[in-house]
Design a protein around this ligand. Structure first.
Ligand code: AR6
Length: 177
């Protein structure tokens, strides 16, 4: 934990977290897929897809919110991460936009807690280390300027991802005011 307990890193299945919003690593159509997207749709039930059909998709870096249906989380924020193309195609900025836009939705909708998966680091191929740096530095910068979210959980599915996140968190902790 760092930033006075506002940032927490856990290992687990994001579909089990009882938070105000879980973030989904979606594709542009916002109509479901594999990975965490498939897990979230599977756990939320078919009503989630019905609501997603009305969203009209999203651009890479954008985020849109739905209800959480059968998830313990009240809402799902569908964020579209970039496909990794080597790192020189604007991927870091697009990935940072996902985290910022999700935090902005949390703030605008008056929510308090949000959990993020490691967006883009599965099927979209973004290497975990640079993705974790973008995730944590972007969220830190947002939290320093805003009261919401009160708490951000980074939910790592794999133990290797957790180890990378913890290592980067140690650097972030050293930056605490
Ligand atoms: N809880 C937490 N994290 C998970 C879970 C889970 N239940 N399942 C997987 N992850 P990915 P992307 C982690 O591939 O790379 C979909 O088809 C996984 O280990 O889900 O952004 C979409 O529709 C990895 O760390 O998303 C898009 O087409 C992270 O979630 C595309 O995949 C993200 O991996 C998006 O690819």
């Amino acid at each position: 934990m760092y930033l006075e307990g506002r940032v927490e890193i856990v290992q687990g299945d994001i579909t089990e977290l009882a938070v105000d919003a879980v973030v989904n690593a979606a594709k542009s159509s916002l109509l479901g897929g594999g990975g965490v997207d498939g897990a979230i749709h599977g756990a939320a039930g078919p009503e989630l897809l019905m609501e997603c059909r009305g969203l009209g998709g999203a651009q890479t870096g954008e985020a849109k919110m739905t209800r959480g249906y059968r998830l313990p989380a009240n809402h799902v924020i569908h964020a579209v991460g970039p496909v990794w193309q080597g790192g020189a195609a604007g991927e870091p900025e697009l990935l940072a936009s996902c985290y910022r836009n999700a935090c902005e939705l949390v703030e605008r909708r008056g929510l308090r807690t949000v959990a993020f998966p490691c967006i883009s680091t599965g099927i979209y191929g973004y290497p975990i280390e640079p993705a974790a740096v973008v995730a944590q530095s972007t969220v830190r910068e947002w939290l320093l300027g805003h009261e919401a979210p009160e708490r951000v959980i980074f939910c790592c599915f794999f133990s290797n991802d957790l180890a990378v996140y913890e290592r980067i968190a140690a650097v972030e902790l050293a930056l605490d005011p």
